[in-house]
Structure formats: C-alpha cells, structure tokens
Design a protein around this ligand. Structure first.
Ligand code: GLA
Length: 733
C-alpha cells in the first residue's frame, strides 16, 4: 500500500498490493483527471498517460472549443452545466439560483491512517495499516470546495472513497446531487452486474449489457431496499469466478442510492455511486459541511472470486466493529415462525426448555410482546411489556430463561409507529407525513420522524429502558416499511429535501449510541428480511437477517447473491419448519441445517412440535456449527457451482486462510436419473499437502491438494431432491 504525489508530472498514484489508481492535474486551470485503475503499473513512468490530453482540446490552448475538452476529459469528479454533457457528480443551485459548477485542483494532503466520517458508517484504519489522500477541488465562482478522500489498507486491494463539501461562499447554496464516487474509464467490453430482488427474494444476480446513455439501479425508498442493492460490478467474463477483469463497488450507506454507468458518444464509461438524487436537496449555509458517504472500490484481474475476497477481508477487518465479529455467536432459537403473535411466557419457556436440551444457547422473543400487539395492526411505538402475555414482566421471563441455561434476546422495531398506538394518539405529528395528506400506510404503520430530537430521545429512551430492565444480550432491530410522504414538521420548507438522509443519520446515531451504551449487546439488523442488508449497517451490527425466506432452496440464490459481497459471518440464517412458510416446500432437515451453517446459524421453529426425528438431529447440527464456525467466520469463500446457473445443484467452499482445512457444502437440488458423474473441484488447497476427505463425517479417502484441485471430487448421487452433503477436507499435518 502506498500513496504518492509525483510533483514534476502532477500525478497522484494510489497503490494497493496488486492495483494502481492514477490521477493527474492537467491544464492551467487544474482539471483533475482519472487516468488509470487496474493491475499494478509502474508509477514513475505514468506521466505519458496524461498526454492523451491533446493540446488542441485543452481549454487554455483552445478556448474557442472548450466543450471538445470538457465533454471528453476523464474527470475524476465532474461538475455540471459547464460543457460536459455526461452524467454529473455534483449539481447545485447557488445564491443566484444558477446551477453550474466546475471543480479544479486546489491542494492535497497525504497522511497515514484514516479519519472517521462524522455521523456516517465508514471503514476504519490506523497509522500502521492504512493511508489516506485528500485532494481539495474548488469552484471559486460558486464558493464550493469538494474534498475527495481516498484510503488504502495494508494487504487489501480496495480503495475507500468519499467526498466532503464545504460552502466557502458567504451565502447559502443547495446541493441537488452529491455523488460519492465517479470513475471515468474506457469500455473494454464490460457488462454490468447488479443485485435486484423483492421481499423474500433479495439480492438476485443480474448481468446486463451496457448501452449508450445511462444504465443504473437505485433506491429512493428510504432504505437500501429489497428491490435493488447498493452494489455494482463491471465484469468482462460474465459471472466467471476466475476470469476477466472485474471492478466492484459497494456503498457504505443504508438509505437512498444510485449506482450506474453512463456510456458516452466516444464509448467511454462514467461510473457513479452515491445518494440517489431523487428526494435529495441539501442546504449548505455559509461555512456548512456536507459529507457524502463512502464507496468501496476494488479491482480484480481474476473474476468475481477475487472481488469477493477483497470485500470480505475489508469488511471483516476494517468495517465491522462489533466485538462479536471474531467470536462464535450463540446458537439461537427465534419464535417468529414458531408462534408468530400467538405466544405467552409459558409457550416461550416450553421452547426454551426443549431448546436447552438440544444444545441451543439463546432464546429470541420476536414481534408481539409489547402494547396490545396480537397482530401487525397495532402498538408500534408502545414499547411496554404486555403482561397478559409475558406474565410477571420481562425480567421474570428473562430470569427464568437464564435459569434454564439460555441467554435471552428481543425484537424491536424502533423506527415505527402504528396509527393504533398510544404513542400516535399522543403525538400524531411524530409520523413522517406531508401536511394535509394522510400518509400512505404500509403493514398498517407509519415511520417515526426520528430526525426530531424529542422523537429520537423517546425512541432511544424506550430501547434503553427495555434493554436495561432485564439481562437481554441480543437485539433484533427491525424496520418493516419503506419511507413515503416525505415531510418533517421540524424542518423548514427549504430543508424538506434533507429528510431522507437526515433519517439515515438518525438511525446511525441511534445505533451508535446503543452499541456504546451496551458494548456487549449482540445486535442483528433486519428490515422485512434483508431490505437493509448493506455495508452501512455492518458498521453497527456484525450480522443482518438475510431474508424472511428461510426455505433452504430459495436461500441458495439469496445467500449466493449476498455472499458475493458480504462475509458469511454476517448472514443471518436459520433452520425453519416445513412445509416452508413462504414457499410451502418440504426439504430434509439436514439440508436446512447444512445451508444455515454457512451463515450465523440458529433455529426458527417450534422445537416442541417438530417431528422427533428432526429434533433428534439438532445436537448433531449444533456440533457441526461448533466444529465449522471458525472456518465459516474467518475463511475464504469460493463459489464452486451455482444452482442459479445450472438449475440442478449448488456448491460452495470455505478454505482456512492457511489452506489446511476446507468445508464444501454441496446441495443436489433436483435428483437426476442415470446421469454422468458430478465432479466438484475444490480451490485454494495447498498443492503438496495430503488431505483427508470426509463426506458427512464418513471417511472417503485422502489425496494431495494438487490432485483434489485438478481431478476434483466425484460427489455421490444422493437419493431425492433437495439433498445436501458436507465435504470436509483436512490436511494430515
Ligand atoms: C420482519 C422480520 C421477521 C419478523 C417480523 C416480525 O418481517 O424480517 O423476521 O421479525 O418482521 O413482525
């Protein structure tokens, strides 16, 4: 890792172990250009890259035709409305009502370490393991400074980028758009990979061609969303794990976003990622600062596999702060799919008793324990225990569960308010809404305007009281609807466009306070399943509920898309009951266990009611969890085969960093009669070591790493659909 400024050439070089990123200052006006991002190159000889700026195009030599330059130049951070007609990085309205901006070089600063982004989630690093470059660009006419920040991390091929805006004029101006990342490059036959979805089918992979104009995904739903995900990658070889160049981008933000690529008339590409410009307008008073959230960029010359490893390593080492990230999490049982709203303390205690006998370590009480909440029409906001259900109160229940030998966890949805609640009766204006219009209901609830101090304090106060009232060691923080009817009684009419981002800042502030006040709390984020599964939330919680779809077969695709970007240790995954509540599918208990093993692992069923045979299998599954969890948490993840592609089977592998142990999960989705042998080829084993092969705990021989990698392992034909097998490879010495 290194960052240099080569003064004689006016070039900035950012290096990771295997990649280079080159920018240069050109022309008298000081335009900052982007000249290279890819495999590591020599930096001292890269000045010739800037010579693509033919003098006839440079504004100072050809003022007559400035736009020939401006509309072609690979801007590091393009402004708007000055002669570059491609997509814009920043758009403003100044004190005169005008909207042109052109940002040019002012100064720079290179230092060891990395600063925090105030109020925002962001990667972190110290003076020994990270380095940062800040380049100040300025538009003197408007009086706006943009400080571009780039950080690199020891041993990780990623760059973290963000932008800080400072109003240095004497009057207010409005930011109408403030992208966090812009990247101009030539098109080398790339396609765009994004993740789309819906409730219960989050993060499905899609690859599309890049046409002229804009191709993008976005959310302006107030959360990163089920529908699209704040991630994109340019890929050269489809979804190949091993081949082709890949540029991957992940937004460290959980609210509205836009991510896309604009292909110009000259076939160049302009990539962008940042807060969605829809529903965004931020007033900057004189002297005010606005920070656009961070984007993680990475480049891989060897397909998606390398991109995934880079994201996983970066997130595990420089984003997730929770003390639990390096620890085995307690195996939990959650009562949502077991009881839904129909439970009381006796039922929970019965579940806890049986769970304890099976080796489960924590009981999580989900939705329905507060106010008068016996269905989803009421009581959000009334965070007081319903003693008709929880007889004798929360502490009594928690103490009893603890006495049985289980930890206790709880569900809350702090950002919401039900129209049928005491809170709404007392404070109807606390819901986000536009005066004069009845706000749109979703799951019969409104969103609390937590940007208001009194609302924020109320919400935090309720969480704190509940968590302090008993020995609660885990919180599932849910968020079950998207934002609409954006209006805040606390913001002036010139600031209503700030609400969506202010809302996210308030969510972050709530969770930040929470984890500081309760440093040992295990926090799991959730949003109607996985609608807020993003790098932003991982800064606060080490795990996120992946999807409300707990069917093992649906989970194959959901977990494939999720693990493309996020470490397995972050994926909330539970074994649930059958027929599955979402799709009605019946899968073997073993397969449900094997698939959940690659996530946080836990149960979501009524353990007192499931078939005795399934119940008897739980201790074995938990033994597997204890055996393999360290590998799952810390190892390198490799995708070996994809059911999404082949429609028949799925396989992935986790290899210990030193190559001595590996776990392959194989799922035969549909049985096939009289077919050819199916060979699975492991990756990243040590060539010369000899590995024992264990198939579902049965010894199946031994072979050298090089043999296994090249010749592969023939998986046995399993009898029936939806069957799975765990293949464990362990080096003999
Ligand atoms: C969301 C969550 C579920 C469950 C319910 C409770 O849908 O994703 O796991 O907690 O809310 O209402």
């Amino acid at each position: 890792m290194d960052i240099r400024y080569i003064e004689k050439d006016r070039i900035f070089v950012i290096e990771t172990d295997n990649t280079s990123y080159v920018m240069g200052i050109v022309d008298e006006e000081g335009f900052l250009g982007h000249f290279y991002y890819g495999d590591k190159i020599g930096s001292e000889d890269s000045s010739y890259l800037l010579s693509i700026i033919d003098p006839q195009y440079t504004p100072s030599s050809n003022n007559r035709d400035r736009s020939s330059f401006l509309d072609r130049f690979p801007f590091e951070y393009p402004g708007s409305n000055v002669g570059d007609y491609r997509n814009t990085g920043v758009e403003i309205t100044d004190a005169n009502g005008n909207g042109s901006i052109s940002l040019c070089y002012e100064s720079h600063n290179i230092y060891k370490g990395k600063k925090e982004l105030e109020g925002l989630p962001a990667t972190f690093g110290n003076e020994n393991d990270s380095m940062t470059l800040e380049i100040s660009l300025v538009d003197k006419v408007v009086g706006l400074r943009a400080v571009l920040s780039y950080s690199v991390f020891e041993g990780i091929d990623a760059i973290a980028r963000s932008v800080r805006f400072e109003n240095i004029s004497s009057e207010a101006l409005f930011l109408n758009k403030a992208m966090s990342m812009m990247l101009d490059m030539e098109d080398e036959a790339y396609q765009l990979l994004t993740l789309h979805g819906s409730w219960a089918r989050e993060r499905m992979m899609e690859i599309r061609n890049i046409g002229y104009g804009d191709t993008f995904v976005e959310s302006f739903r107030g959360e990163s969303s089920h529908q699209f995900h704040p991630f994109m990658a340019l890929v050269q070889d489809g979804d190949s794990q091993d081949n082709g160049k890949v540029y991957g981008f992940s937004f460290v933000y959980s609210g509205n976003f836009q991510a896309g690529v604009c292909k110009s008339q000259f076939d160049s590409l302009r990539l962008y990622m940042g807060i969605c410009e829809k529903n965004f307008c931020w007033k900057l008073d004189s002297g005010d600062v606005f920070t656009a959230p961070e984007v993680i960029m990475n480049y891989s010359s060897a397909g998606l596999g390398k991109m995934t490893h880079t994201f996983h390593d970066l997130f595990r080492n420089h984003l997730i702060r929770s003390p639990y990230k390096d620890k085995e999490r307690p195996v939990l049982i959650n009562n949502w799919e077991a009881t839904y709203f129909d439970f009381d303390s006796e039922k929970l205690i019965a579940i806890a008793r049986q769970a304890q006998k099976s080796g489960i370590e924590m009981l999580v009480m989900d939705d329905g324990w507060f106010g008068e909440r016996n269905d989803d029409n009421t009581s959000l906001g009334d965070w007081y225990v319903n003693e008709n259900k929880i007889k004798g109160g929360l502490k009594k229940l928690v103490d009893e569960v603890n006495a049985i030998g289980l930890k206790f966890g709880i569900w809350m949805e702090p950002e919401m308010i039900s129209p049928a609640s005491k809170l709404y009766k007392a404070h109807p204006d606390w819901a986000i809404s536009v005066p004069g219009r009845e706000a749109c209901r979703s799951r019969n609830q409104f969103v609390l305007d937590i940007t208001r101090e009194e609302v924020f304090e109320y919400v935090y106060g309720r969480i704190k009281d509940i968590l302090s009232s008993a020995n609660i060691e885990y919180l599932k923080w849910d968020m079950n609807r998207q934002l609409s009817d954006l209006g805040s009684a606390a913001l002036g009419k010139d600031r209503q466009g700030e609400l969506s981002h202010r809302y996210m800042l308030a969510v972050y502030a709530l969770q930040d306070r929470l984890i500081k006040d309760f440093p040992n709390l295990l926090l799991e984020n959730c949003s109607g399943g996985g609608a807020r599964y993003d790098a932003g939330m991982l800064y606060y919680s080490p795990q996120i509920w992946c999807s409300d779809d707990t069917d093992a077969i649906e989970r194959l695709k959901i977990q494939e898309g999720t693990s493309l970007v996020f470490p397995l240790s972050t994926m909330g995954a539970h074994v649930s009951d059958c027929p599955n509540h979402t799709v009605g599918r019946i899968t073997p208990f073993k397969t449900r266990g094997d698939v959940a093993l690659s996530g946080t692992f836990g149960y979501e069923l009524d353990i007192t009611k499931i078939p005795a045979e399934d119940r008897a299998a739980i201790p074995g599954q938990i033994a597997n969890y204890h055996k393999y969890n360290e590998l799952v948490r810390k190892g390198d993840y490799y995708r070996l085969a994809s059911y999404r592609q082949n429609h028949e089977y799925d396989a992935w592998m986790i290899t210990q960093k030193d190559g001595r142990k590996a776990l392959i999960t194989y799922v035969q989705v549909v049985a096939f009669p009289n077919g050819k042998r199916r060979i699975i080829k492991p990756k990243a084993l040590d060539d010369s070591r000899i590995y024992e092969i264990w198939q579902d705990d049965n010894y199946a021989g031994a072979a050298k790493g090089t043999t296994l990698k090249n010749a592969g392992i023939a998986v046995p034909i399993l009898n029936g659909d939806y069957r799975s097998m765990l293949i464990y490879l362990v080096a003999k010495e």
